[in-house]
Design a protein around this ligand. Structure first.
Ligand SMILES: NC(=O)C1=CN([C@@H]2O[C@H](COP(=O)(O)OP(=O)(O)OC[C@H]3O[C@@H](n4cnc5c(N)ncnc54)[C@H](O)[C@@H]3O)[C@@H](O)[C@H]2O)[C@H](O)CC1
Ligand SMILES: [K+]
Length: 497
């Protein structure tokens, strides 16, 4: 493929890329022709029985792509009707408008008919506010009549930067985008509003699609060079020793899930450290996983003297917030990597800055919050409507000098240096009780094997999704943990969306 399909480019950065292409002698009208041709091809391929293609065109270049598609469809013998307002004279869109035969009726004139397919070419990268009443009425009409919509670049009304609608928004069956995916194609609810995404090469060279965004879809290229190496000469300690802290008897299952996942992710040894009264219960479940009774701080300090302990997971089912804070501080002092999940995150809601300060220096803290946990730790970021999920995760990562795995259907992994990835291919059935404990365990297992934290987090999120696919729909978290496999170096690009 001539384009880099792993990079995500914000609409603003895309504008800069277009300008660089123009400086390099690439004609913008030629790009528009290519864009319109891809849209027409998607419509022809997916709606061969359409009786009429309705192209709704906006004032900018998104509308220009619509005029090109309209002309090409007419030339293919398709019945086409165009609605909208003519573009301002002088630019590419005006030229595309002029070159398309036939009239342009006002937007409000569209009366849906059976057999209509809508090409939404109203707004794309240039959307900067909520759509007006005229566009909102068209969106409502398409939705009420179930008319299929093919969106050009982005469904009109959707922010390509945040994945959030700015107001009323088309729900497309297909979205045809150009040169690079935008964050809004992967972030929810944008991903759902786009329907099936077609990423099309319009002739912008891949070398130009290297913006400063440092944002990718999660894919093996982000981490494969850092995966633990399966070494014939290895012994168990070569692959590290992961410690998982269990909560009280009643909630001890969460640590078990994390421990099993950590072992399956390749950690050489895994020990579950439990309050003394939970040890017997834990022991009755395990053979390969080791046990340790751990009372308070002194016992932990004693254990931490074992240099072979190489990573820690604290939080799943942990309960006691005071103890979580005290243990975390002791773990921070070891200089070794720590995963904080669930109660381990919530315990620091009132002392977030102290947590960040305890983990200064080389990055060795990973946090795996879901929406609710994120809001508890970062209420200021969670409340700010101007921020995308990527912005929030990045700001949180920078604040705490930690890698943040902000979970959801669109899990965002962010590093303090700004590198970020959106994971958009996990199956929906991954959202089940205990699933997060498994993710924390996988991540702990990779960190125990000395992977750097950002790379380990990207790999862990991918492995979690792969395990869910293996376990299949209807799985429980136990099934999920049982399907975790060490990362496969030879695996094909499993991150493709
Ligand atoms: N490299 C590429 O990806 C190419 C993309 N192309 C297409 O060009 C558009 C972006 O075009 P642009 O003119 O910058 O923006 P829009 O057409 O989306 O809209 C701009 C226009 O609309 C006004 N506006 C914005 N929001 C609203 C609103 N809510 N209500 C009313 N008016 C609004 C804004 O002020 C501007 O006047 C990209 O998406 C692709 O489809 C090129 O064809 C080829 C290269
Ligand atoms: K559009």
């Amino acid at each position: 493929m001539a384009i880099d399909d792993t990079r995500l480019v914000t609409p603003a950065a895309m504008g800069a890329i277009d300008a660089a292409a123009a400086r390099g002698g690439i004609d913008s009208f030629t790009l528009m022709q290519a864009a319109g041709a891809h849209v027409a091809a998607v419509v022809l391929a997916h709606y061969p029985d359409a009786l009429r293609v309705v192209v709704v065109c906006g004032p900018g270049n998104n509308g220009g792509d619509g005029h090109v598609a309209a002309r090409l469809l007419m030339q293919s013998g398709v019945a086409v009707a165009r609605f909208g307002a003519p573009p301002k004279p002088g630019g590419d869109a005006a030229r595309a408008f002029t070159e398309c035969p036939g009239s342009l009726a006002p937007l409000e004139d569209w009366q849906p008919r059976a057999g209509d397919v809508v090409i939404d070419a109203l707004f794309g990268a240039g959307l900067d506010r909520a759509v007006g009443d005229d566009v909102a009425a068209v969106i409502a009409r398409a939705e009420a009549t179930g008319t299929p919509v093919v969106a050009v670049d982005l469904p009109s009304g959707l922010s390509g930067r945040t994945g959030a609608p700015t107001g009323p928004c088309f729900r497309a069956e297909h979205t045809v985008t150009f040169a690079a995916r935008k964050p809004g194609h992967l972030l929810m609810p944008g991903r759902a509003l786009c329907g099936r995404l077609h990423l099309c090469d319009i002739g912008i060279p891949a070398r130009l699609i290297a913006s400063d965004d440092r944002l990718w879809r999660n894919h093996p290229g982000l981490y494969s060079d850092h995966l633990p190496v399966a070494d014939a000469a290895a012994h168990k300690y070569t692959h590290g020793h992961l410690a998982v802290f269990s909560g009280p008897l009643i909630s001890s299952g969460a640590a078990r899930l994390a421990a099993v996942a950590g072992l399956r992710a390749g950690a050489g040894l895994v020990t579950v450290a439990s309050p003394p009264n939970a040890v017997l219960t834990q022991a009755s479940h395990f053979t390969a996983i080791m046990q340790r009774a751990l009372g308070g701080a002194d016992a932990l300090a004693d254990w931490l003297g074992d240099r072979r302990l190489s990573a820690f997971v604290l939080g799943p089912g942990f309960g006691d917030a005071d103890k979580a804070r005290a243990f975390t501080r002791q773990l921070a002092d070891t200089g070794r990597p720590v995963v904080l999940d669930a109660d381990g995150i919530t315990a620091h809601a009132a002392c977030r800055d102290a947590l960040g300060a305890a983990f200064g220096g080389a990055v060795r803290l990973a946090l795996t919050p879901h929406e609710g946990e994120f809001a508890r730790l970062f209420p200021d970021l969670a409340k700010d409507p101007a921020l995308s999920k990527v912005d929030r995760a990045r700001a949180a990562a920078a604040m705490l000098n930690a890698v943040v795995v902000y979970k959801g259907a669109d899990t965002v992994i962010a590093a303090p240096d700004g590198r970020s990835a959106i994971n958009a291919d996990a199956p929906a059935w991954l959202a089940t009780a205990g699933s997060g404990d498994v993710l924390a365990g996988i991540l702990g297992g990779l960190l125990a094997q000395a992977m750097p934290v950002f790379e380990a987090a990207c790999a862990a999120v991918a492995m979690h999704g792969l395990a869910a696919r293996r376990a299949g729909i209807g799985m429980t978290a136990e099934d999920l943990a049982g399907q975790v496999r060490p990362p496969d170096h030879s695996a094909a690009d499993a991150g493709r969306t």
